[in-house]
Design a protein around this ligand. Structure first.
Ligand SMILES: [Zn+2]
Length: 334
């Protein structure tokens, strides 16, 4: 992932990181990447790994079918060194160590704990060529059982702490808390500067111009996707996500990885509900999984174009992990 994000920084674009837990989601992402000629990050949370037995996911990401697409397998929200190590040992090429929370994935931790756990992961990962994302500040909401809840505004990232954290850990990518949260219910109205702290993001980028920033909880939760779900019997309450133009502002200010999950879940659920409602006589799973996969592919392809990664798959040759390891062998420790 380090190489992919370095290239994105050079090209001034962002890369979507899409969550998966089954085959159709992986296929949707890979087909969207092929269609738009995009480098791609597929990520699995701890919840996804346990749902799928992570070996399934690893083998489902059939990279040999897409030799032209640079592909990253990334662990989302690792809660401990052991979780990150198990993903690396399985073959993931990138991991997130989220030391902003204790290993229970819920309780905010201390700065010192976060530094020491993240640094431990960096020291294990870098010699193997594996990239490390860390997090400073605490994101709102809960996803797959992980998260502190709340709006996230209680723990917006402090720029001074972010600088210190990067220096002491030597990580590659930094997730920051700027008021976004996980899940579908992010904002009760279109977000403005009081809830979405783009000014903090810009400040952090000015202080850390060479650190790749990561936006979590960055689904846009578009109304048309909500409407399809509700039109066919769903019961989503009205909600707002992160507008694409705010993400694009982030990308102009150092954001290189953009995490998206909810939008794809909505697309899948809407498509399946539609088939069930309109043709209740059908019972072959392919009759609803195929349109579900198509619906997700459409959303992913659209995000790839909006984030600017479209067209960049062939810009560079992926470097083998052993070469990456040589280039990044020494974590930038103080
Ligand atoms: Zn997240």
């Amino acid at each position: 992932m380090r190489q992919l994000l370095d290239e994105a920084a050079k090209g001034g674009y962002g890369v979507g990181a899409f969550n998966v837990n089954n085959m159709e989601q992986i296929q949707a992402i890979m087909e969207a990447a092929k269609e738009t000629n995009s480098p791609v990050i597929i990520q699995a949370s701890r919840g996804a790994r346990s749902y799928s037995q992570d070996k399934y996911l690893y083998h489902l990401a059939a990279a040999e079918l897409y030799p032209e697409i640079p592909l990253v397998m990334h662990l989302d929200h690792g809660n401990s060194f052991e979780t990150c190590k198990s993903a690396i040992d399985l073959g993931f090429t990138s991991v997130m160590m989220d030391g902003s929370l204790m290993p229970d994935g819920k309780t905010p931790s201390s700065f010192d704990y976060n530094v020491s756990e993240t640094r431990k992961v960096v020291e294990y990962a870098h010699p193997k060529g594996v990239t490390v994302e860390g997090e400073i500040g605490v994101l709102g909401g809960i996803e797959d059982g992980h998260g502190a809840g709340g709006s996230g505004l209680e723990h917006v990232t402090d720029p001074d702490q972010a600088v210190e954290f990067v220096k002491q850990t030597g990580l590659d990518a930094l997730a920051i808390a700027i008021g976004t949260s996980h899940g579908a219910y992010k904002f009760t109205k279109k977000p403005d500067g009081s809830v979405l702290k783009m000014d903090v993001l810009i400040k952090i980028h000015k202080r850390l111009p060479t650190t790749h920033l990561v936006m979590h909880g960055s689904s846009s939760v578009p109304k048309d996707l909500q409407d399809v779900v509700n039109q066919y019997g769903g019961k989503l309450k009205p909600t707002w996500g992160v507008p694409v133009e705010e993400i694009q502002l982030g990308i102009r200010n150092g954001v290189r990885k953009v995490n998206v999950d909810t939008d794809n879940r909505l697309a899948i659920t809407g498509a399946i509900r539609k088939v069930f409602a309109e043709t209740p006589e059908k019972f072959d799973p392919r009759d609803y999984l195929k349109p579900a996969r198509e619906a997700m592919k459409k959303v992913v392809a659209q995000r790839m174009m909006e984030f600017g990664q479209a067209g960049h798959a062939g810009d560079y040759k992926p470097i083998p992990l052993s070469e990456i390891a040589k280039q990044y062998r020494q974590p930038a420790l103080v």
